[in-house]
Design a protein around this ligand. Structure first.
Ligand code: SF4
Ligand code: FES
Length: 321
């Protein structure tokens, strides 16, 4: 199969910006993007730099953008990539917004590892020194398997819409690791971890877009891990301010009325006694009213049909969780 790869090339010793170069290669029908990169390196330009190790999707080392979308190069076939490429050309770029080091190699430290370390995602055991090793049951390990299969490929952070506007946001990969440890029965620092994860630019900054889960090649579902952390924080009485108010008001509104009361949500998110916050809502409400998009006032919001059934679902979930 003949394929043209358009690869981002960048040498910090020679240039300040990078450029794309095209390479025509002849590869097997089942070849992956990583195979293609290796072919370019062996037959066209041995200076091409990229990462890859296991070649089976296990190490998360070969993350790149293929045709503008983050993926692991060793699990993406060229045959599929060609169909999605512009004019049949497959583009390969380093992950965004990581800082580039050379060609497709990017700096994992700022982008991923420093954030990961900042969350202290390790088990803190209160077992006395020399005591028998703590055991974790098979059922717990099974429950944790989903989150433990994270390879730190960084694709969820690459897809995260919050990181796209705020690179300091700690991101779904690091938060997923916190969730993994908080759920570990050997950990004795659950509360501290939840408190830390509830701080600025962490768990409450997620906008529920599910891009992290959609981008994950290992079905780790990091967005769901963030939601679990939020629920645990609320149950432990941790977290405060607008995001928590928003979360509680949203749930209470749907639980009681079967659908969202947007006026109530806006007011309760700011807080009933937060006068400056409530005043800020005025212009937004006025603009919505002018465009005939203003929700019904608080006191006119009615229960929807079937609200009682929705309430029963909430009650059941609250009893069982
Ligand atoms: S959660 Fe998924 S996408 Fe994110 S780093 Fe782990 S394996 Fe990669
Ligand atoms: S080389 Fe290990 S995931 Fe691709």
């Amino acid at each position: 199969m003949e394929v043209t790869l358009k690869i981002f090339r960048y040498d910090p010793d020679k240039e300040t910006k990078g450029n794309h170069s095209e390479y025509a290669i002849d590869v097997d029908e089942n070849a992956t993007v990583l195979d293609g990169l290796m072919e370019v390196k062996s037959s066209h330009d041995s200076s091409l730099s990229f990462k890859g190790s296991c070649r089976t999707g296990l190490c998360g080392d070969c993350s790149v953008q293929v045709n503008g979308k983050g993926t692991v190069a060793c699990r993406t076939t060229l045959a599929k990539a060609v169909k999605k490429g512009k004019d049949g050309v497959v583009s390969v770029d380093p992950l965004y917004p990581a800082k580039k080091i050379k060609d497709l190699i990017y700096n994992q430290n700022d982008f991923l590892l420093e954030k990961y370390k900042s969350m202290k995602p390790w088990v803190v055991s209160n077992l006395a020194h020399g005591a028998r090793e703590d055991e974790v049951s098979d059922s717990t390990i099974k429950e944790l398997q989903r989150v433990m299969s994270c390879t730190m490929c960084g694709l969820c952070d690459q897809g995260c819409l919050v990181i796209a506007v705020d690179e300091q946001y700690v991101g779904p990969a690091a938060l997923n690791k916190v969730y993994r440890v908080v759920m570990d029965p050997r950990d004795s620092s659950k509360r501290e971890k939840l408190e830390f994860a509830s701080g600025a630019r962490k768990v409450w900054d997620c906008t529920h877009c599910f891009e992290a889960t959609a981008h994950c090649p290992k079905d780790v579902r990091p967005t769901e891990s963030i939601f679990e952390l939020r629920d645990m924080a609320i149950k432990h009485g941790i977290g405060h301010g607008r995001p928590v108010n928003h979360h509680k008001s949203f749930a209470a509104s749907v639980k009681n009325d079967g659908w969202l009361d947007e006026t109530r949500l806006a007011i309760e998110t700011e807080g009933w006694f937060n006068l400056p916050g409530l005043l800020k809502l005025g212009p937004v409400g006025l603009r919505a009213f002018m465009k005939r998009k203003a929700p019904l006032p608080y006191f006119l919001h009615k229960k929807r049909k079937g609200a009682d059934a929705i309430k029963r679902i909430f009650n059941k979930w609250e009893r069982e969780s």
